[in-house]
Design a protein around this ligand. Sequence first.
Ligand SMILES: O=P(O)(O)O[C@@H]1C[C@H](O)[C@@H](CO)O1
Ligand SMILES: Nc1nc2[nH]cnc2c(=O)[nH]1
Length: 194
Amino acid sequence: MPVRVMKLCGVTHLIASNAAGGINEEYNEGDIMIMKDHINFMGFAGNNPLVGFNDERWGPRFIPANKVYDKGLREEAKRIATKIGMSPIVREGVYVFLGGPSFETIAEINMFRICGANAVGMSTVGEALMAYHAGMKVFAFSLITNKCVQDYDDDREANHSEVLDVGAKRSGILKKWIGGIVEYIRQECHQNGY
Ligand SMILES: O=P(O)(O)O[C@@H]1C[C@H](O)[C@@H](CO)O1
Ligand SMILES: Nc1nc2[nH]cnc2c(=O)[nH]1
């Protein structure tokens, strides 16, 4: 498990990113959504990375999941976003994790919107749960690469090339933002004697 290898190497914080479709109709292509929570839809079907024998050296058998995404890191990330002038594109919301690789049907998107999801994607939740279980602080965000189709009269179709295009377009500002967050984590580790 890569996250556990990181833990063995002394890593204390996980920063995870993903490309995601925007379900919240106020979200625009190119927005960045800080993950404040997730819906582990894969987990509903028993596909949780913590299933199976639990070695207590990694963490306890049963863990709470209401504080997976560290509040202090989220607040700091918003502060840095304001400082570098990117707050107009920064959101905070709930990510729903599906297995893919097909994108969603209109009925699925409508269901997830009603369930409180703001963005949908195919990753991150497994890694976040593993890291939180092992005592690491987790920060995760989604780059909204497309607005999900939620209407049968909308002829657009989700596709991977727009995901890559939006990723390339936002790479500069994301490097600056993540650089600021990493510097904050470095100082925090230093203060805590790591
Ligand atoms: O960042 P991830 O890997 O979650 O990106 C999503 C899932 C697929 O790799 C890709 C689909 O276009 O976006
Ligand atoms: N599942 C899913 N993953 C994505 N990654 C980027 N856009 C999307 C999307 O609309 N749905």
